[in-house]
Design a protein around this ligand. Sequence first.
Ligand code: SF4
Length: 95
Amino acid sequence: MRGPGQTVDVRGSLKRMQKIDNSEYQKRLAQLSEILEGIGRHVTELSKTRCPYKDRHDRCTAKFGCRNQRRGEGRVLLCVGDDKLDYRSAWESSG
Ligand code: SF4
């Protein structure tokens, strides 16, 4: 049976949890927030020019035609957009 402040490791051994140093915890939380904010800023900037249908392997996932699409192997569509244009003007819409 586990008591307060105790954990069980992968081998089933009972261990006492280390007390958390609140200032150290706050410092690490601030570091983590800073890292996540940086990622968020980068994503926001990237989303202004990178097409949302382009995956991380530069494949197009759109279900409509686009002049930036090129045939890859099999049924794969590749995106040759340079991420510098307003990609929305390249889309072929039926409406
Ligand atoms: S081919 Fe067109 S729709 Fe597909 S990811 Fe590139 S810009 Fe977007």
